[in-house]
Design a protein around this ligand. Structure first.
Ligand code: ARG
Length: 377
């Protein structure tokens, strides 16, 4: 392992957690040339925010948010960490203000398909207050309706769908497998409220296959931009529970997981049947063959729709370049092998053959207190 100038959790056992995080962040900001002087002089100059933690300048917040991405051990796409657009909305803690800013986030991130990484940071957590928080896993997500043991839509979102229905949301017309969920926002000292997804802001891509004509008739689609809302940004002694961030998709996230997992849309049997494969014989490799065609459809459809997406081979190579750049800068890369290796052609990608260690670096994104904690990958 190459030397890492920034201890993951610096000799901090004796310090309050916030102080250790602030010092750790300070060292990194200082190394980047954001402050010339001691930690004490920086802290005194900045002062403490109302919610605790050092009151960072916007430049420091931007840098910290980028570091949190660079440190995200499960992300294969970190080559682009410096390009993250960070929006400083720390003065916004009410649901109406969040709603407006989230619409802008989608627009800035989607750009008609020319997707770019964006993060919006709302007010930090305050002791004893629920908000600000976003109850959705992502800004786009499809409802999952439980119906006598079966689910119409995305089973991942059943609980959120029930929460939205209980708050008074009604699906637009007849229920389908691809109904966009409303946003459930919680302002500071406010009750959860649902808000409609602003019309036209969630770009969706209908799935067709480059050679299999019947594929388009399956009526499948996915949204263009994953805006992750269920992770908090932990930075310099403060926690930002509402700090949604987005990048572009890697095809396998949709083709090998969202649409393929048994616990999600579970489409492999249907696709394999359409392909005329023998589902009774596992050794016919019907699952693999269906997976390949589904993934091919995802990559092809996004490209045809002019929507940025990366295939897992390119992403794997980009991850290698990221590691090389980090090592050249004297930093160790923190990574979780079982999250980085793509769920298709694992050993045929370079990342499979690379040893990885989770260094638990900070600043970081942490899963926030959503009802169903997602432990799985
Ligand atoms: N895996 C999640 C999904 O399929 C998205 C996580 C973030 N992905 C990304 N490419 N930035 O929706």
């Amino acid at each position: 392992m190459s030397s890492c100038p920034f201890h993951p959790h610096p000799a901090g056992a004796a310090l309050p957690a916030g102080e250790a995080d602030a010092r750790d962040f300070f060292r990194q900001a200082q190394a980047e040339g954001l402050w010339v002087g001691t930690f004490e002089s920086w802290k005194a100059e900045r002062g403490t925010g109302a919610e605790g933690g050092v009151r960072l300048t916007t430049a420091e917040l931007v840098f910290g948010a980028k570091l949190a991405w660079r440190n995200q051990a499960r992300c294969i796409g970190r080559l682009y960490w410096r390009s993250l657009v960070v929006r400083d909305f720390r003065e916004v803690a009410d649901a109406a203000g969040m709603y407006a800013a989230l619409g802008e986030h989608l627009e800035l991130a989607t750009r008609g398909g020319d997707v770019r990484p964006v993060m919006t940071v709302f007010a930090p957590a305050k002791a004893g207050c629920a908000g600000p928080a976003i109850r959705n896993r992502q800004l786009a997500g499809y409802a999952g309706y439980r119906d006598r043991g079966a689910v119409l839509g995305d089973p991942l979102n059943c609980a959120l769908t029930e929460e939205a229905l209980a708050l008074g949301w009604e699906p637009p017309g007849q229920r389908t497998a691809f109904d966009l969920l409303p946003w459930i926002l919680v302002g500071r000292d406010e009750r959860p409220r649902w808000f409609p997804v602003p019309a036209g802001l969630v770009k969706e891509v209908r799935l067709v296959h480059p050679t299999l004509a019947w594929f388009g008739e399956l009526g499948l689609k996915w949204y263009a931009v994953p805006v992750v809302c269920d992770m908090a940004l932990r930075l310099a002694g403060a926690v930002y529970p509402a700090a949604p961030f987005s990048g572009w998709y890697m095809g396998t996230e949709i083709g090998s997981r969202n649409l393929a997992d048994e616990a999600r849309y579970n489409l492999l049997p249907q696709i394999a049947r359409c392909m005329g494969l023998d589902l009774a014989a596992p050794a016919s490799l019907w699952r693999e063959r269906a997976l390949v065609e589904l993934n091919a459809a995802v990559l092809h459809s996004f490209a045809a729709a002019g929507c940025r997406i990366v295939d897992h081979h390119t992403a794997s190579d980009e991850f290698g370049r990221f590691c090389a750049l980090e090592e050249a800068a004297g930093r160790s890369v923190s990574a979780e092998w079982d999250w980085i290796v793509p769920p298709l052609a694992g050993a045929a990608t370079a990342v499979f053959h690379r040893p990885m260690t989770d260094l638990r670096l900070r600043p970081e994104f942490v899963h926030g207190g959503h009802a169903e904690e997602r432990a799985g990958r």
